[in-house]
Design a binder for this molecule. Structure first.
Ligand code: FNR
Length: 229
């Protein structure tokens, strides 16, 4: 089709752009727990989030326990398969939801280790432009607020698109989420639901923007290619 032709039909991809879906496929969120503990409240919070999704959204949890300790020698010799897998998952997702515990007023070293890996090699930062939200849970009264603040600072340095409202900081988590990930506290449920809506909207907007940009460029590229022949 040339630029000058008019039409009254759209293909599936264009329709998805107009209706705001991510290319006619479900919007995918990658959940990352900063705790490796089997009965982690933060993994449970991700599970709780997955129960609040609309049918057109999926959440998959990536376990960071197989990621080796970062070592630049290792990076330069053979980039670990586990890290390649992690990077692929991040890049293939529309958004990230990171749930972190607080360890000594910061976020866990295992999470920083995984983030450092995924930011490498230089120039191939997997977090670039990724819509991301950070949530936290703790049995204590502060809910991981200090951990969240520090983690957000690091993620901003990696040029993510950070969704900060509403803040989801789950204090006394043992009273608010049951063992199956059911949310017992109405405020926690409402805030988590709204935060998910906000990252999904940003993810869809980002995809729509990129697709629209690509569609707009198509005739220009085709024209340039024709002129080169
Ligand atoms: C903690 N915990 C903790 N809690 C908190 O609110 N502020 C803190 O500074 C710390 N510091 C801290 C250090 C270390 C080394 C551990 C192991 C724990 C308690 C922590 O929030 C609690 O164990 C959570 O249950 C951990 O999260 P998961 O594993 O349940 O997701």
């Amino acid at each position: 089709m040339t630029q000058t032709q008019t039409r009254n039909q759209f293909d599936t991809e264009e329709l998805a752009i107009i209706t705001g879906e991510t290319g006619g496929r479900p919007t995918t969120i990658l959940g990352i727990s900063g705790s490796l503990r089997q009965n982690s409240y933060n993994r449970l919070l991700l599970k709780a989030a997955s129960k609040l999704l609309s049918p057109s959204t999926r959440l998959e949890i990536f376990e960071i326990d197989r990621i080796p300790l970062y070592n630049q020698d290792l990076e330069e010799r053979t980039f670990p398969e586990e890290v390649k897998d992690f990077k692929r998952k991040i890049e293939g997702s529309d958004a990230l939801l990171i749930s972190t515990p607080e360890y000594n007023h910061s976020y866990p070293g295992v999470l920083k280790n995984a983030i450092d890996w995924a930011s490498r090699p230089y120039g191939h930062n997997s977090f670039e432009g990724k819509p991301t939200a950070v949530i936290s849970a703790s049995p204590g009264l502060f809910g991981g607020l200090a951990a969240q603040d520090q983690l957000k600072q690091v993620l901003l340095a990696l040029n993510i698109r950070l969704v900060v409202q509403p803040a989801v900081i789950v204090t006394s988590v043992q009273q608010k989420i049951d063992e199956e990930g059911g949310i017992l506290d109405p405020n926690t449920k409402q805030f988590l639901q709204q935060l998910i809506t906000n990252i999904v909207n940003l993810a869809r907007l980002s995809t729509r923007y990129e697709q629209t940009f690509a569609l707009a460029l198509q005739p220009i590229i085709a024209d340039r290619l024709r002129k080169r022949e």
